[in-house]
Design a protein around this ligand. Structure first.
Ligand SMILES: C[S@@+](CC[C@H](N)C(=O)[O-])C[C@H]1O[C@@H](n2cnc3c(N)ncnc32)[C@H](O)[C@@H]1O
Length: 256
């Protein structure tokens, strides 16, 4: 995979994997992180910082899922949120992140090798669970986004059930995603979850979604029966240059 650097020093992927199925392969991520120092999926912290701040306080315990080589955890730390645990399935990502944080004096941030589908934490131990572009990985073989394969739904529900379990009774799950509410809400609003589901958008051109799922605050009419309309897709050139457009393949197909 070739890379260039953007003005902020983040690597921009010029060629993604030959098939999006690679994103489901732990070996793909290990190989990628062996050479790639920094790649920021979707947008960096500066674009959604204003949305995050009202949901956190300095004592919040935060779990980040699938940290990769993103700077999200260090940006949160610099903003005063110091109780952070990051996980990633890739041992290489974890080792690199540990070294990087140590070299920057951020040794308080814990980084563990773990599977987001089998979280190794006790019940109700985090105030906030956050992920950026990580749930997306589970959708790369989902088929029709309006009717994802049962295997995809099973994995996504496993991830959501784990997040719900490790969140404190009034905890918040923040999902930063390009997955539109049409596709995410049926999963987020499954009956076993007690959270309320809200979202904002950010970004120019294509809107990224900032979901907040607040545990213990589900209202009886949380689940919407409104007719779900097909999304309109409008991709701008700079977005097509980023690798995450590959995740949007299904959406592109819908809009063509
Ligand atoms: C699309 S990247 C997003 C990275 C980072 N969150 C960002 O915003 O740049 C997905 C990340 O999830 C990790 N990952 C994939 N499957 C995972 C799993 N089952 N559990 C934990 N991490 C996983 C990958 O190793 C990779 O670091």
């Amino acid at each position: 995979m070739g890379t260039t650097k953007d003005p902020n020093g983040a690597q921009k992927s010029r060629v993604g994997p030959t098939t999006t199925l690679a994103y489901l392969d732990p070996q793909y991520w290990d190989e990628r992180f062996t050479t790639e120092e920094h790649y920021e999926w979707l947008k960096d912290y500066s674009h959604f910082r204003h949305l995050i701040q009202s949901h956190l306080n300095p004592s919040s315990s935060i779990l980040e899922l699938g940290c990769g080589n993103s700077q999200l955890c260090e940006e949160l730390y610099k903003d005063g949120f110091t109780e952070i645990t990051c996980i990633d399935l890739s041992a290489v990502a974890v080792e690199n992140m540990q070294k990087k944080l140590l070299s920057k004096g951020l040794k308080e941030i814990k980084v563990l090798e773990a599977d987001m589908l089998d979280l190794p934490f006790s019940n109700e131990c985090f105030d906030v669970v956050i992920e950026k572009g990580t749930m997306e990985v589970l959708f790369v073989d989902s088929g029709d986004p309006w009717n994802p394969r049962p295997a995809t739904v099973t994995k996504v529900m496993k991830m959501l059930e784990g997040i719900h379990r490790v969140l404190k009774p009034d905890g918040i799950y923040i999902s930063i995603s390009f997955g539109q509410p049409h596709f995410r809400r049926p999963l987020f609003e499954a009956p076993q979850f007690t959270w309320s589901v809200e979202w904002s958008t950010f970004g120019d051109g294509f809107h990224y979604f900032f979901y907040t799922l607040k545990k213990g605050r589900r209202s009886p009419d949380n689940r919407s029966d409104e007719k779900l309309e097909r999304p309109s897709i409008n991709l701008y050139q700079d977005e097509l240059e980023g690798e995450d457009f590959i995740f949007r393949t299904n959406l592109d197909e819908l809009s063509s």
